[in-house]
Design a protein around this ligand. Structure first.
Ligand code: SF4
Ligand code: MSK
Length: 653
């Protein structure tokens, strides 16, 4: 068996395969080794282990096969109550993570607007103005700075708001807003919904799985239409709204002759400053003195998406590549902030000279070097970190360096505003051409494919199989997070990927010059997908609410609690959402049925689970076709297909 074959079941990424082999030769353990050594607990994975009080943990496995009555916990909690509480707590944790990110951005934004911190400014005044209008501010009579201060204060207040509704709910289609109000799903304040969900899932509180699921939706919506949206919008105002930018991805972006600094995590507040610091003439001189040809900043996980979209900087890899990047022996510093950072990176780094630098007071790691990010003097912090990396370069063992020669070109940075311009043109920017092409059938529908990598499946593979099948069937794909990076590695983020598309979508991509898979950013930027879906509804012709669109969502390789929050806010926004790999409620038939079949009637959106990516694509396409039929536009697509067939016939003669 060749080495490629040995690792084929672990990953479909060439660079990762090479590094897994090298790590194995050096006796360095990775997530892939740990995944084969430790199986997941089947009871916990199915969501029916409760440890919410000290009478448990209670494992309420189905006893149907043995003919026994279904077990309950010591307190009498049923399978469905326990499964819903566990599910809801995942939503609470995920929403908290995104929203705390949003809060951090809002606080820095406010300090910057007040002129209290150097280094940050306003790059997108247009978006600031829009935010001012959202909050009902007197934009005509405020200076940019005054407006920024008031917008910053309003955004910060959304977290602690106790009554009323989050302001950005008003951006949703009117029908959706009414539905949220009718079902009491409209979030009052971001923190409040997280706290209430944690309270209601405490032992002995909410025992009704439907009621718990509704509060989980209110909490998740406070993420998608609250915390995440605030993060995205304010980052755009401060650092610029992304426009399409060329970049490259994979471990081959690391440079043998330069200082390599990997920025890993989620918040661009520090990484933006690291980028600035890496261009500092003194630090570049020091790098040269130390024998390096330059300073190479590369990203990992969602920080990578942020710096690629705004600076065109390269991406070293996605979630499951973090240890592998260090195993190249070429990383002088891995700078981390929050979320998706494996504790194992420090142990891997101890095999090399690599400095792991933690920067957030919320996220420290034993053995790592802590250089706390001080937003009052962000540039100074960033310079200190880059200096440490440059100094560490001299400790690099050149003989231990193994950088796989694998990198792929990609295009990223499709904010929903950019999609507007690209499809509609600068002077008549609108979603009309997109809507017309959906109505006319060239584009069958829209899919949002997002989320993580999971070591329980072949790394990157389900994402690529799913997305290729979707675009082959004329479904345009919007992507974020680690799926976006997997697409980049597989060459799906270039206009040339049109060759994988069905005739209708290929024609659009070739005419407009866009890839069939649009990279919209990081995890918090799933809010951009909500905005794009809303813009399509508002453009007209495709129904009055998000659930009427020929659209579907998926997270084929999800792993984080944030993904559950994202999935639930998509469902509560009306989207059919399919998860792969595993689903956290399968131990309760009653609860799973409710999520998969019971929600659609009231919310218009629902969950589903399908581990096979091709079957997942088939389910999403079937849902899209169902929506096309309901809109009465299914015939248009049949005509397009007939046209294509006739065209081929003509070409053959
Ligand atoms: Fe068991 Fe009930 Fe305690 Fe959960 S809350 S651990 S089901 S007794
Ligand atoms: S980084 S949450 S592994 S997408 Fe946003 Fe990737 Fe998932 Fe983290």
């Amino acid at each position: 068996m060749t080495k490629k074959k040995v690792h084929e079941h672990l990953t479909s990424c060439d660079a990762s395969r090479q590094m897994i082999e090298i790590a194995a030769q050096r006796g360095i353990e990775t997530v892939f080794d740990r995944a084969s050594a430790m199986r997941p607990c089947p009871i916990g994975a199915a969501g029916v282990c409760c440890k919410n009080c000290a009478m448990g943990p209670c494992r309420v496995v189905s006893a149907k096969e043995a003919g026994e009555p279904a077990k309950v916990g010591l307190c009498g909690a049923t399978q469905e109550t326990i499964a819903s509480r566990n599910f809801a707590r995942m939503v609470a944790a995920g929403a908290a993570a995104h929203s705390d990110h949003g809060r951090g951005v809002a606080e820095v934004f406010l300090l910057a607007a007040r002129g209290e911190i150097p280094g940050y400014g306003i790059k997108d005044e247009q978006k600031l103005l829009q935010l001012g209008l959202d909050f009902g501010l007197d934009v005509a009579n405020l200076s940019v700075q005054e407006l920024a201060v008031q917008v910053g204060e309003k955004c910060v207040s959304q977290f602690g708001q106790q009554e009323g509704e989050l302001v950005f709910l008003k951006r949703a289609p009117l029908k959706r807003q009414e539905l949220w109000r009718k079902h009491r799903l409209a979030p009052r304040g971001i923190d409040r919904e997280v706290v209430e969900l944690m309270h209601r899932t405490h032992t002995g509180v909410d025992q009704d799985y439907k009621n718990i699921t509704a509060q989980a939706a209110r909490c998740a919506l406070s993420d998608g239409w609250g915390g995440s949206l605030i993060a995205t919008e304010l980052q755009d105002v401060m650092f610029g709204t992304p426009v399409p930018v060329a970049g490259s991805i994979n471990l081959g972006v690391l440079k043998a002759d330069e200082v390599n600094v990997i920025v890993h995590g989620h918040e661009p507040l520090l990484s933006e400053m690291v980028v600035v610091a890496s261009q500092d003439p003194d630090l570049l001189d020091l790098a040269k003195k130390n024998g390096a040809a330059g300073i190479n900043v590369a990203g990992m996980c969602c920080t990578a998406n942020e710096i690629l979209m705004r600076h065109g900087l390269p991406i070293a890899g996605n979630f499951l590549q973090q240890e592998l990047a260090i195993a190249t022996g070429a990383v002088d510093a891995m700078v981390v902030d929050v979320q998706c950072i494996m504790q194992a990176v420090q142990k891997t780094a101890e095999n090399f000279h690599t400095l792991v630098v933690t920067t957030s007071p919320k996220a420290k790691m034993q053995g790592a070097t802590h250089i706390e990010f001080d937003e009052h003097d962000a540039i100074a912090t960033a310079k200190k970190i880059v200096r440490a990396a440059v100094e560490n370069f001299t400790r690099r063992d050149r003989k231990a360096v193994n950088i796989p020669d694998v990198r792929t070109d990609m295009v990223a940075g499709f904010s929903h505003e950019t999609i507007n311009y690209l499809l509609g043109g600068t002077f008549r920017s609108s979603y009309k051409p997109l809507n017309d092409n959906i109505i006319g059938g060239r584009i069958r529908g829209i899919a949002g494919v997002v989320g993580c990598n999971n070591a329980r499946t072949t790394d990157d593979e389900p994402h690529i199989l799913l997305i290729k099948e979707l675009i082959k069937n004329d479904v345009i794909v919007l992507t974020t997070g680690c799926v976006a990076m997997a697409c980049g590695k597989a060459g799906l983020l270039t206009p040339e990927a049109a060759k994988h598309c069905g005739a209708g979508l290929a024609e659009i991509c070739e005419t407009v010059g866009i890839p069939p898979v649009l990279h919209l950013g990081s995890c918090v930027d799933n809010s951009r997908i909500l905005m794009a879906a809303t813009a399509v509804v508002k453009e007209g012709g495709l129904g009055d609410d998000i659930n009427e669109l020929p659209a579907a969502g998926a997270a084929p390789g999800w792993m984080s609690e944030k993904a559950v929050s994202i999935g639930h806010y998509f469902v509560a926004s009306g989207v059919y959402t399919v998860f792969g790999t595993t689903f956290p409620t399968l131990g309760s038939q009653v609860y799973t049925d409710y999520l998969f079949n019971g929600l659609e009637e009231s919310w218009g959106g629902m969950w589903d689970f399908e581990p096979d990516p091709l079957k997942m694509a088939a389910k999403m396409i079937a849902h899209i076709d169902k929506k096309r039929a309901a809109l009465g536009i299914d015939k248009a697509r049949e005509r397009v297909l007939m046209d294509m067939a006739m065209r081929r016939e003509l070409e053959a003669t």
